[in-house]
Design a protein around this ligand. Structure first.
Ligand SMILES: Cc1cc2nc3c(=O)[nH]c(=O)nc-3n(C[C@H](O)[C@H](O)[C@H](O)COP(=O)(O)OP(=O)(O)OC[C@H]3O[C@@H](n4cnc5c(N)ncnc54)[C@H](O)[C@@H]3O)c2cc1C
Length: 462
């Protein structure tokens, strides 16, 4: 691999920053990852990654990209209590109110507490001889050349000491709350245009005791919201004896952090797996909540003027409704794209990288936003394409209840392993048509759950 520069600096040591740093380590003499937090000694949640307390799963595409960066990483996570699982055989996927068929596939995902996933990436990264991290280091701004045409480093506060850290390349991986738009504006550049699709999602999360026979031995259930009540959630293996459950809904319809009402909310989901655990298993933690206001995309690729020596990655470019579980996989894909871009040198790097990232983000963005636009209160343009795709995917789900090939095709797209056009291949269209000619059982959602929490709570108590 070719050496491109002396020093690269990455702002943020969560998944996107760690993986970007791995890509940079092949091209820069030293790579320094800065984070405002101290890394916990054990793999437990930390302040800068609050979502780490909520259900996380790694899609098959993300797992294989990270495995390529750090061979043996999956085994290490499994040895630490995580579990690898067949995305199609070991996970129940519920969409449009129905569960698609389980079947063996070659898509292997990974389940573990989020801090465990990060911790194992971080330790592998910091074992590289040219990578180091500075903890308790809050980046406060950028240092630019006299004409503002190039970024030369960052201004940071390490503990209580302000310092300038020089760099040939600075990568912002500071997450959704990134200051890049403001920093760029301060240097005389335009802010990237932002697309926001408001969804007002809230998750309430609790960890429960897991027993081996739970969920028929499967490892997770993922429920994407559908009418009539649009509630959604996920329950995943977190460790041998732990389930993590996160459930919620749109626009303030959030699961209460009270035992009976939480169970009642779980009971109003279109399938009963989460309710069965919540109502009967031993809780191991208190409830915690998370508010997620909107899908958010910043269009750096459209800026005509951008400083040399600067990039933005991960949630700082695009953050998706978490129920689709795409964020870490997209961060991994971006790191792989950064590696490819650097193989061609650093000339025009920002333009090449943002164009490649745009192409990688387009599909997961369309999946998340397109599906969210099914909710009647979500504001956004419902193009003919969006309406057709949502109608077709609904029909596909109905057929995929019994058709393993369709279920796997859908999951290949949802796991970012195949383009959405796979679902429109003549063979798959035929299967969808055929599947909809066979009368199926009505779904629980279609059968209509009450959504009345007090009534459901009384039912739970009884
Ligand atoms: C509730 C929830 C559930 C999710 N579930 C999944 C899932 O199942 N699967 C999946 O793939 N994705 C999931 N995601 C998305 C996933 O968490 C993110 O996409 C992923 O963490 C990548 O984000 P990131 O590294 O870009 O930013 P973040 O994870 O937000 O990390 C930003 C980092 O930057 C640091 N930082 C911020 N500002 C500064 C500064 N000024 N100076 C120094 N350091 C700074 C922070 O301390 C932090 O370490 C979920 C998200 C949420 C909210």
């Amino acid at each position: 691999m070719r050496r491109i520069g002396e020093r690269a600096v990455v702002i943020g040591a969560s998944m996107a920053g760690l993986l970007a740093a791995r890509a940079l380590a092949d091209f820069y003499e030293t790579v320094t990852v800065l984070d405002r937090d101290a890394f916990p000694v054990a793999d437990i949640p930390r302040k800068g990654v609050p979502q780490g307390r909520h259900t996380h799963g790694l899609l098959s595409r993300g797992r294989s990209v990270i495995e390529r960066f750090f061979p043996g990483w999956t085994d290490e996570v499994v040895a630490a209590g995580g579990v690898r699982g067949d995305i199609a055989a070991d996970v129940n996927w519920v969409g449009h109110g129905v569960t698609i068929k389980n079947a063996p596939s070659d898509m292997i995902g990974l389940l573990a507490a989020r801090p465990v996933l990060d911790g194992h990436v971080r330790r592998r990264l910091l074992a590289l001889p040219n990578v180091r991290a500075i903890e308790n280091c809050t980046v406060q701004g950028l240092v630019a050349s006299a004409d503002n045409k190039a970024i030369k480093g960052v201004r940071a506060k390490i503990g209580s000491i302000e310092q300038i850290i020089d760099a040939d390349l600075v990568v912002d991986a500071s997450g959704r709350g990134s200051s890049s738009p403001a920093w760029l504006e301060g240097l005389g550049y335009a802010r990237p245009e932002e697309e926001r699709i408001e969804i007002g999602i809230g998750y309430t999360t609790r960890v429960y005791r897991r027993r081996p026979g739970d969920l028929d031995g499967k490892l997770a259930v993922v429920i994407a919201g559908s009418g009539p009540n649009w509630r959604n959630g996920a329950m995943a293996y977190q460790a041998e004896d732990r389930w993590i459950v996160s459930i919620g809904g749109f626009f303030g319809d959030h699961a209460p952090d009270e035992e009976l009402l939480f169970a009642a909310f779980a009971g109003s989901l279109p399938t009963s797996e989460i309710y069965d655990i919540v109502a009967h298993a031993e809780p191991l933690t208190d409830f915690i909540t998370y508010r997620y206001p909107a899908n958010l995309r910043r269009r750096y690729e459209n800026l005509t003027d951008f400083p040399k020596g600067y990039l933005v990655v991960g949630d700082a470019i695009c953050s998706f409704n978490p129920v689709y579980g795409q964020g870490m996989t997209v961060a991994a894909q971006e790191a792989a794209l950064l590696q490819q871009c650097l193989e061609a040198g650093d000339a025009d790097l920002a333009r090449r990288f943002f164009a490649a990232a745009r192409d990688a983000i387009d599909i997961p963005w369309d999946i998340a936003v397109g599906n969210d636009l099914r909710h009647p209160k979500v504001q956004g343009r419902r193009s003919l394409k969006v309406r057709f795709v949502n109608w077709y995917i609904g029909k596909l789900h109905l057929a995929a209840r019994y058709d393993a090939q369709l279920a796997i095709a859908f999951l290949r797209v949802a796991n970012l392993e195949a383009p959405p056009t796979l679902l429109l291949s003549p063979g798959n269209v035929l299967r969808v048509i055929r599947g909809n000619l066979v009368p199926g059982k009505p779904s629980r959602a279609a059968a209509g759950r009450t959504g009345d929490l007090s009534a459901e709570a009384r039912r739970v108590k009884a």
